[in-house]
Design a protein around this ligand. Structure first.
Ligand code: TXA
Ligand code: MG
Length: 325
């Protein structure tokens, strides 16, 4: 496996049926040519992911979006025009391009136009190499199934480095700017439906479409959570006021604290991050959870940011991390 900063090498690997871990503005993805069944099958094998979990197809622009989807509603086009390239994924009815091995057999397909410059370079080069203007890169987050998404090349190598083969590539595009996965919006109904919160918020979507967003909130359906986004340490959400009380009553193991800078660190506690706002909280969240595991912390106390902007996504991921432990 080659680790490189050259997007052309990643494009060449993908074009020839190999895998490339690729940077995006949200998290790193594990990419393969979206119409190559064997290459896509390797994504599932490396991740240890069940075959019925659909993948996001990354494309270069909104024209390619039209080639992968059919009956795309006007509001989805409005969203594409407003937020792409960027941290938003749209689920639409699939065209014949989107095969069962990418959609997990569903009749819809998830499409995203990422903004990370290296990823864009990979997509544009891949277009040249394949002579296919709508060519897609199928890419889930580049972590093993059920673990937190990687936001740096070091995380990627930790997660899947040993599972990649000689001809696979890891493209180093630096640390991810957003830090949590894209907002996913189901565009198969009359109204946009929020499937996963991210940097693009419900309010953003309502402003861009002039429609009410419906929710299928995993935050509320906490009983149905799978062990997603989970570190080994137990994660507990609490208010800033309860931190000292919780620390005083804790047992033997070392405790980590994840909270905005305004929250002080009680003595004996390992401060995992000191983000100044919700955006920085999102950016450092997964690295902090990995750090907790690297330090073999017993538990992490997490004081969530306010539930607006990307703070909603941070809270969503913290709740999942807490549920999975
Ligand atoms: O930010 C991101 O979205 C990152 C980067 C690499 O683009 N990708 C990512 O992929 O988070 P993944 O596979 O880890 O999460 C994709 C989510 C899964 O929960 C999957 O179930 C959902 O998207 N999804 C994919 N296709 C879908 C579809 N047709 N209908 C509903 N959900 C879908
Ligand atoms: Mg994932």
């Amino acid at each position: 496996m080659l680790v490189t900063t050259d997007p052309m090498r990643a494009a060449a690997a993908i074009a020839t049926g190999h895998l490339a871990a690729v940077p995006t503005e949200t998290v790193y993805g594990l990419g393969a040519l979206a119409n190559n069944a064997r290459a896509v099958a390797r994504i599932y094998a490396v991740k240890g992911r069940p075959a019925d979990h659909p993948l996001i197809v990354h494309v270069a622009d909104a024209v390619a979006f039209g080639a992968w989807g059919v009956h795309i509603p006007i509001y989805a086009h409005a969203l594409a025009a407003t937020f792409w390239p960027g941290p938003m994924t749209l689920v639409v009815p699939r065209s014949k391009r989107a095969k069962d091995f990418v959609t997990g057999g569903q009749d819809s397909v998830a499409i995203r136009v990422p903004s990370h410059l290296d990823m864009r370079a990979v997509l544009l080069e891949l277009r040249e190499l394949t002579k296919d203007s709508a060519v897609g890169i199928a890419a889930p987050s580049a972590n093993r199934f059920g673990r937190v998404s990687p936001t740096s090349v070091a995380h990627v190598l930790d997660e899947i480095g040993e599972l990649l083969l000689d001809d696979d590539v890891v493209l180093d595009g630096g640390d991810c700017a957003v830090g949590v996965e894209s907002t996913i919006i189901d565009c198969t109904g009359p109204n946009p439906r929020m499937l996963r919160p991210g940097a693009i918020t419900t309010q953003d979507v309502e402003l861009a479409t002039d429609l009410k967003v419906t929710h299928d909130s995993p935050v509320r359906a906490s009983g149905t959570l799978t062990s997603h986004y989970s570190p080994t340490a137990t994660v507990q959400l609490l208010s800033a006021a309860d931190v000292a009380y919780e620390v005083a009553g804790a047992g033997q193991g070392v405790i980590g604290l994840l909270a905005l800078a305004a929250v002080p660190t009680p003595s004996g506690v390992v401060r995992l991050a000191v983000p100044r706002d919700a955006q920085e909280y999102a950016r450092v969240l997964y690295a902090a959870l990995r750090e907790a595991d690297a330090l073999q912390l017993e538990s992490v106390l997490a004081v969530p940011p306010a539930a607006d902007g990307v703070g909603v996504a941070v809270i969503d991921r913290l709740i999942r991390a807490a549920a999975g432990a």
